[in-house]
Design a protein around this ligand. Structure first.
Ligand code: IPD
Length: 284
C-alpha cells in the first residue's frame, strides 16, 4: 500500500473533499427535477439509480480531476480512472438513494481520498474525507491524524469526539439491507440473532450517515454486510478520527463481508455477537 501523504498534502486533500462534497450536495438539492427520472436499474429493480446520481458523480469527478489530476477515481456510478499518484478518490454521489427518491432527509454525498487499491479489501485505507447531508447541511470531515470535525449549516466546524458507549444490551445499533433478495434473506436471518441482544435496531438508509452517527452518538453502533468502498470510505475515517473503531469480523478489514462500527468496549462485544450470529446463519 502507498504511504500516507504528509501533513500539508493531507490538509489539502481534506479541503478538496469538503469543497467537492459541498458543491455536489448543493447540486443534488437545487437541480433535483420535480419528477425524478429513474435512469436505469442496477442489481434489481429496487436499486434506484437516478439521473441526479450520475450528474452529481460527474460533477465530483470533474472537480477532483481539476484539483488533483494524478489521482484515480472510483465512484458508485459509471466512469472510473486509475491512479498515477497512489491516491484514489472514492465517492458516493448520493448514499441513501431511496431516501433521496422519497424525500426522506437522510442521504449523503461522500467523498474520500484513499491510499492503496480500493477495489481490494484490506489493501486500502482512507486518509481524508467529507460526508455531507444535503437536506440538513450537516458536514463531517476528517484527515488522518487531524481529528474528526462536524459543521452545521453556516457555522464553524467543531471537533467531534465519539461519546462513551452504553453496554451492548442498552445499545441502539444501525444496520442496512442490500438490494439483492438473497442478500436480504441472509441479513434478516442475522438480524434475528442480533436483535434480542441490543436495545433496538434502526435502518435509517444511508450507511455513510449511519457511521458518522456513531461518531456523534446518535447511534451507538452500526453493522452491515454488503457495503461497497464508496459507502464507507469517508465515514470510516470520520469515526476512527473521532475515537471509534471500524473493522470487519475476526480481525478482518472492513469489507463487503461485514463492517462493525462502535466505540470500545461496545465494539468488541458487538463484533463477538455479529460473528456468532453469522456462524449460526451460515453461508449466504
Ligand atoms: C445504500 C445505503 C444503505 C445501505 C446499502 C447501500 P446507496 O447505498 O447506504 O443504507 O444499507 O447497503 O447500498 O445505494 O443508497 O448509495
Amino acid at each position: 500500500m502507498s504511504s500516507v501523504p504528509g501533513a500539508e498534502e493531507l490538509a489539502e486533500l481534506e479541503q478538496v473533499a469538503v469543497a467537492a462534497a459541498t458543491e455536489a450536495a448543493r447540486f443534488v438539492v437545487e437541480e433535483r427535477p420535480d419528477r425524478l427520472g429513474v435512469s436505469k436499474t442496477k442489481s434489481t429493480a429496487t436499486d434506484v439509480v437516478t439521473v441526479m446520481d450520475q450528474g452529481a458523480q460527474d460533477l465530483l469527478r470533474e472537480r477532483l480531476r481539476a484539483a488533483r489530476p494524478d489521482d484515480g477515481f472510483l465512484g458508485e456510478e459509471e466512469g472510473g480512472s486509475t491512479t498515477r499518484s497512489g491516491l484514489t478518490w472514492v465517492v458516493d454521489p448520493i448514499d441513501g438513494t431511496v431516501n433521496y427518491l422519497y424525500r426522506i432527509p437522510a442521504y449523503a454525498v461522500s467523498v474520500a481520498a484513499v491510499v492503496g487499491n480500493p477495489r481490494v479489501p484490506g489493501e486500502w485505507t482512507p486518509v481524508a474525507g467529507a460526508v455531507v447531508n444535503p437536506a440538513t447541511g450537516e458536514l463531517f470531515h476528517a484527515r488522518t491524524g487531524g481529528g474528526a470535525w462536524r459543521r452545521l449549516h453556516g457555522e464553524e466546524s467543531t471537533s467531534l469526539v465519539a461519546p462513551r458507549p452504553p453496554a451492548l444490551d442498552r445499545a441502539l445499533a444501525g444496520t442496512g439491507f442490500g438490494y439483492d433478495p438473497r442478500r436480504r434473506r441472509w441479513q434478516a436471518a442475522l438480524l434475528l440473532e442480533v436483535l434480542p441482544q441490543v436495545r433496538d435496531i434502526r435502518r435509517i438508509g444511508s450507511a455513510a450517515l449511519d457511521i458518522c452517527s456513531v461518531a456523534t452518538g446518535t447511534l451507538d453502533a452500526y453493522f452491515e454486510r454488503g457495503l461497497n468502498p464508496w459507502d464507507m470510505a469517508a465515514a470510516w475515517l470520520v469515526l476512527t478520527e473521532a475515537g471509534g473503531r471500524f473493522t470487519g469480523l475476526a480481525g478482518d478489514p472492513p469489507a463487503e463481508a461485514m463492517v462493525v462500527a462502535a466505540v470500545e468496549p461496545l465494539h468488541t462485544d458487538l463484533e463477538r455477537v455479529v460473528r456468532a450470529a453469522a456462524e449460526v446463519v451460515g453461508a449466504e
